[in-house]
Ligand binder design. Structure first.
Ligand code: NDP
Length: 498
């Protein structure tokens, strides 16, 4: 099919997936679109490679992953330019994204053996004659399905950890960013040319669905909550385990003892970076009454200074053209329900751009407060105190990240916010902390990438007991006598009967 391009909307032409810049319509990538049979073949090749990759062991995989990390770091400008071309993301934002991804490759490579490798664990007294051993063995082939908004950081957040754990990976990048996905697998093949350890299949949603049904041993999905449910349903057919990193509606709480300049700076960046197309972006703020007006003024002043445009601007185009309608609907609905725009407003949406928009006094049941907007917009609502802020934060089905600014109560507030992650006196910083797990609760999904939990997500625990002495209280044998059972009863009463 040949289609008239809405800039940024991918099309299939002559069996090829064509991606274009949402700002200019310039072609960014042209890659073969996979059929379901192609997906099966890719998974079969990955399965053949899995034995070799797992057999290399932790040290040899670490060495190869660190070589890839080195390549990513050396060619960071090239990759950032491609991310910019294909998704419209400002180059500076792309650099920050790639830096974070490089950090994760490094940490996963260096820590896989410590976290997943074979080790002794303690025995318990009732089975003291056995030693206990634990290791995390690779699943085999992991299917990674990625979104377009962070086309480097999100696939790598799963893939680097899966690879370090000894799995091979078949990536299905978003149809909006296939060229970036292909760049990642091509550069990996430069440092690991021997076998197809990390490969990609391209196409629309049906290719992702085919990957779920292809017999992969685990699926790591990052994308919207609606698609996450489809992925889980497809994987349920074959009991394929899933990791779901879905959407968010992250809140920031500004308490009365917050540094308001720092809070406004983090809020504007956390809400508007990547034009607000960030799963862990700040989409709503609850500021306590005594600081509300000053905080709003500071946010408006900072956000009002940002530039919008294709090249060298702070805020680039909306990557997925259809999202413009969602953003417009959220702004219009908020205004119709009595919200006020203190920056931007009804005319902010000027395709392919959206000017920064700050809304106040938006009712809590408005779409702009409850649904993922995914644009450079923000609601700020006044609350009585931190308790009310926490209650409102926790009243939506999403629970991905969170942020809180304050001093005395800040950590306590962060712990009470219903989310997988929180940053105190900063925004989004947990995403770059490779020692910490990343993931959500509720509609934001389950399972964790990053950190030790993120490594364990890609290994099956294998538990082994090994006899090291004769049993003094033989119980797990039909050779036991009534006297053995009597002794066992006495022992358990002595040990636990208090
Ligand atoms: P989508 O859910 O639309 O797509 C995600 C991926 O799933 C794409 O590769 C898509 O392919 C694929 N897909 C579509 N349909 C199916 C299907 N039936 N079966 C299997 N795969 C399918 O999300 P977006 O790409 O629009 O990404 C934005 C969303 O991702 C936001 O909600 C955001 O919050 C979330 N996100 C979450 C993160 C997290 O870590 N929790 C991080 C980043 C984003 P195609 O593009 O070809 O349709």
């Amino acid at each position: 099919m040949t289609a008239v391009h809405v800039p940024g909307t991918p099309v299939i032409e002559d069996g090829r997936l064509v991606s274009t810049s949402p700002a200019t319509g310039a072609e960014a990538g042209r890659l073969p679109a996979a059929t379901a049979a192609d997906v099966e073949r890719a998974v079969a090749r990955a399965r053949e490679a899995a034995g070799w990759w797992a057999g290399l062991g932790f040290a040899a995989r670490r060495e190869r992953l660190l070589r890839w990390r080195g390549l990513l770091a050396r060619r960071i400008e090239e990759l950032a330019e491609l991310v910019h071309l294909e998704g419209g993301k400002p180059v500076a934002d792309a650099i920050v994204e790639i830096v974070t991804a490089v950090e994760h490759v490094d940490w996963a490579a260096r820590n896989a053996r410590r976290v997943l490798g074979p080790r002794r664990v303690r025995s318990r007294l009732v089975l003291a004659e056995f030693s206990a051993h634990l290791e995390y063995q690779p699943y085999g082939v992991v299917g990674v399905i990625g979104p377009w908004n962070y086309p480097v950081f999100t696939p790598i957040g799963s893939a680097a950890y899966a690879l370090a754990a000894g799995n091979t990976v078949v990536l299905k990048p978003s149809e909006y960013t296939p060229a970036v996905g292909q760049w990642l697998v091509d550069t990996f093949a430069e440092v690991v040319p021997e076998q197809p350890v990390f490969t990609a299949v391209h196409g629309l949603g049906d290719v992702g669905a085919a990957l779920c049904r292809s017999g992969v041993d685990k699926v790591a999905f990052t994308g919207s909550t609606a698609t996450a449910k489809k992925v889980m349903a497809a994987c349920a057919e074959s009991l394929t385990p899933v990791l779901l990193e879905a959407g968010g509606k992250d809140a920031m709480i500004v308490d009365s003892d917050a540094d308001l300049d720092a809070a406004a700076d983090a809020c504007v960046w956390g809400a508007l970076t990547n034009a607000g197309q960030t799963c862990i972006g700040i989409e709503r703020v609850y500021a306590v009454a005594p600081v509300f007006d000053t905080f709003v003024d500071k946010v408006v002043e900072r956000a009002g200074r940002l530039t919008v445009g294709a090249e060298g601007a702070d805020i680039g185009p909306i990557t997925m053209p259809s999202q413009l309608d969602v953003i417009r609907r959220h702004i219009d609905d908020a205004l119709a329900r009595g919200g006020r725009a203190v920056l931007g407003g009804a005319d902010s949406v000027q395709p392919p751009y959206v000017r920064p928009t700050v809304l106040v006094d938006v009712p809590e049941d408005a779409a702009a407060v409850r649904e993922e907007t995914f644009g450079p917009t923000l609601t700020i609502n006044r609350v009585r105190d931190a308790d009310e802020a926490v209650a409102r934060t926790n009243a939506v089905p999403y629970g991905l990240g969170a942020s809180v600014f304050g001093r005395r109560r800040a950590v306590t507030i962060a712990r009470r916010m219903r989310s997988g992650m929180a940053s105190v006196n900063s925004a989004l910083t947990f995403a770059g902390m490779s020692t910490l797990p990343f993931g959500g609760v509720g509609d934001s999904g389950f399972g964790r990438i990053h950190g030790e939990d993120g490594l364990r997500e890609f290994g099956r625990p294998k538990a082994i007991t090994r006899r090291r002495a004769r049993s003094l209280l033989p119980a797990m044998t039909f050779d036991r006598t009534p006297a053995d059972i009597d002794r066992l009863v006495k022992a358990i009463k002595v040990m636990y009967g208090r």
